[in-house]
Design a protein around this ligand. Structure first.
Ligand code: GLY
Ligand code: MN
Ligand code: MN
Length: 488
């Protein structure tokens, strides 16, 4: 009976297996990932190997884990979205014991009928060969006995371990165990240390070099990646547009967040690139305000909304700041237009060959001048009204890898902000005004393509759109407190 049951589980699981008909068909192709590995191999130092570990599973509470998110470098190079895996990319061909020559090898979690019934399908060794196109792929149970003479390499490049991976005591080939085995294989000096010692290395371990190599690659987006990013950006713009039409005084910050995220899901975005920031009034002054707990946004407030849909791993990063009642007050308008002017000034100079820090300097000069003209800051005064830089790359990470110098096919943001908290040393009519305007750009040969222009940005365009009716207009649910009281 037990054998019959196991066979049944095995059948169900294998039918649900690698070739999954329910999956979207617009993921990056295996050729994309293969090409990325080729490109990395091309820039690896002579006689080296690069090693990448999958992200760990993180515990949320008791027996519940956080939704798994693959390490972006690992995903970029493999397309593999499961945990407990390690990838080796060799500069030169290696000979396996059976004489096979190979220059990359992937170890993945094995198929397991019972586990798959609880936590979902796995590709397993055969799946990564069939679906992801790896020639050398093995179950991670084989990793311990994988033999390469690591002492022969001039460099073994990997990202250092922060000792923050939990051991699953029931799995002797999980990520934790593979890291332990890897440390032994490569002669990692102090196996219990949090990081490799900072003193000059006497061995061939290099935990610093991979970041800049990956930045070189990931900063320049391929046409396939640009397509993904454009989709993520368009979806995120639609969230902003729908909220501009739907928002009303009395809604909660969380409800407004929910409208954005509903739109993301409606367009099949799997995830958020980062926790959504929806801050009304002075909450907007908290740069990464993700509590979103204010129960009633009020008519006179601005609301700052910084949200990015993640589509097939790629994220947008867009901020719009709008008046809850649909009309900017004179003070709100003055601050908003100053932030917009700063953004426009940066956009004007944004092209290959400019450093991203120059975009920040440009915005800062405009904002500082404007704040003085408005009497909010004094000449020469150090203030905290604009405490961040304005540009970073976007891609698989919201703050993506990429170089400081802007190049063709970068995807970057420009995001000036002005934040005037309550009790700031200026006229109190300005207190609680927080504005950030953040747009996404694809860098072209001599300028940029403005990817997020679907979401209105000028005062007039925002106010005009906010007059339009919304699909959420007649959307109401019973008062939950009344329902629960009735039941009691
Ligand atoms: N949403 C994070 C940022 O704007 O950088
Ligand atoms: Mn940003
Ligand atoms: Mn943002």
């Amino acid at each position: 009976m037990k054998i019959l049951f196991s066979l049944l589980i095995l059948c169900i699981s294998y039918t649900l297996g690698a070739q999954n008909p329910d999956l979207p068909d617009d993921f990056l192709s295996k050729d994309f990932h293969k090409d990325r590995r080729e490109q990395l191999r091309g820039i690896l130092p002579t006689n080296s190997v690069a090693v990448f570990f999958a992200n760990p599973v993180r515990n949320r509470a008791n027996d519940v884990e956080y939704i798994y998110h693959q390490d972006p470098d690992f995903y970029y190079l493999t397309g593999y979205k499961e945990p407990d895996a390690v990838l080796f990319i060799f500069k030169d061909k290696q000979a396996a014991a059976n004489g096979t020559m190979y220059n990359e090898i992937l170890f993945v979690q094995p198929r397991n009928a019972m586990r798959e019934m609880w936590t979902g399908r796995r590709l397993g060794e055969q799946g990564v060969k069939d679906v992801l196109g790896f020639e050398q792929a093995f179950n991670n149970t084989e990793f311990k006995k994988y033999k390469v003479d690591f002492s022969k390499f001039d460099k073994i490049l990997f990202f250092d371990f922060m000792n923050d991976v939990r051991d699953n005591p029931r799995d002797s080939s999980d990520l934790y165990s593979m890291i332990v085995d890897f440390k032994t294989k490569v002669n990692y000096p102090d196996k219990n240390a949090t990081t490799l010692a900072v003193e000059p290395q006497k061995n061939n371990l290099d935990t610093k070099g991979l970041a800049s190599l990956m930045s070189k690659l990931r900063g320049i987006k391929t046409p396939e990646e640009i397509e993904m990013i454009k989709k993520a950006v368009a979806i995120s713009c639609m969230g902003q547009v729908e909220v501009m039409k739907a928002i009303k005084p009395g809604m909660s910050e969380r409800e407004i967040q929910g409208i954005h995220e509903f739109v993301f899901k409606k367009y099949q975005a799997e995830d958020l690139g980062y926790p959504s920031i929806v801050g009304a009034g002075h909450n907007g002054c908290i740069l990464h305000y993700i509590d979103n707990y204010k129960p009633n946004v009020t008519s006179k407030e601005l609301i700052l909304m910084d949200l990015g849909a993640e589509y097939h791993g790629y994220t947008a990063d867009i901020t719009r700041t709008i008046p809850v009642n649909g009309k900017f007050s004179p003070e709100q308008k003055a601050i908003y237009e100053l932030a917009l002017k700063a953004q426009e000034a940066a956009m004007k100079i944004c092209k290959p060959g400019i450093k991203r820090s120059v975009l920040t300097d440009t915005c800062r000069a405009v904002v500082n001048r404007g704040l003085i003209e408005l009497g909010i800051a004094k000449p020469g005064e150090k203030h905290m009204y604009f405490p961040h830089g304005v540009s970073h790359h976007i891609g698989l990470d919201v703050h993506d890898r990429g170089d400081a110098m802007i190049e063709e096919n970068n995807t970057i943001v420009i995001e000036p902000g002005i934040y005037i908290p309550d009790n700031a040393p200026c006229d109190k009519k300005w207190w609680g005004i927080a504005v950030r305007i953040e747009d996404d750009f694809l860098i072209t040969k001599d300028g940029y393509e403005h990817l997020s222009k679907l979401a209105p940005r000028t005062v007039k365009d925002i106010e005009d759109l906010m007059k339009q009716s919304s699909i959420f207009e007649n959307y109401s649910l019973p008062d939950i407190d009344k329902i629960t009281q009735k039941k009691n």
